[in-house]
Ligand binder design. Sequence first.
Ligand SMILES: [Zn+2]
Length: 292
Amino acid sequence: MSSDIQDKNKTYAPLIESQNFVLSERKKGIIFPKTISFDDRNKLHEDLDSMGYGYEDGKWMQKTPHQWGADLTLNRQGYKCYRCDISFAPPNPIAWKLRQIESRRSGAGFHSSKQFADYKNMAAYCEPCYENETSTHPKTIRFKKVKLEHYEKWMEANKWEMLHGSFTFSTLVKRALDELTDSEFFDARIDDILMENDNYKSQAASFLELLEMFNSREDDFDFAAKVRNFFQNYEPLIRPFQSDEQIDSMTTDNESLRNYLKQTRDLDLKYLIKNKLSGYKRYEEQFPEFKE
Ligand SMILES: [Zn+2]
């Protein structure tokens, strides 16, 4: 009953939608916390919300980068603000926000696939710098009054209104600027699709590898063994785990950060190996201390 009252204030996604979304994200290699409320509609919705996903137009989507993307960006910046160099790092952590700093085509950002790689076009900002960067800059254009009158007269003389509706020159320009903004939006959309395409290509490569195993199998047991081996030793292109040496070399002057990065990595590794997720053998070999 109480959940019905809540529903009036907030629309929760249907349970099955949310569950399917979790399953499809897991397939991509996203690790969800064990505490996620898989069987409770409202709670699961809130959990997904809090993890940076949003439910829009009947569809779950990623709204903010995964922690992995954030970690990679923060590592690259040495845990400092991209704009003003204020430090985010422990022992006095301050709040930060991520935003896209380049077009996705020139290097990709966070999107629904491959978000574990650092494409170097995300940046982390302290809150004041973030607010400053994200205040909107509407596109404008200025004409001298005398020219504007000239254009208006020309449009009138050429019966522009009859052909194209009741445009004045100003509304025509405004429409053109809107189109320009739209085309930027579509450019970003195209970038997304290109990224998705890359992801499909890499899936297709895995499929071909499996097909080759099938075609060259000695018998069904041979094939099954090869497939099992493939997934145990699978190397997801999108999940780099850093070795102690790599972390040390990045964090020479900051011990608390070094410890924090190692702890986070260790937790992820333990989870992956314990649950025998794709590629767990590969990570066991690379990090034998986590072998159970
Ligand atoms: Zn700043």
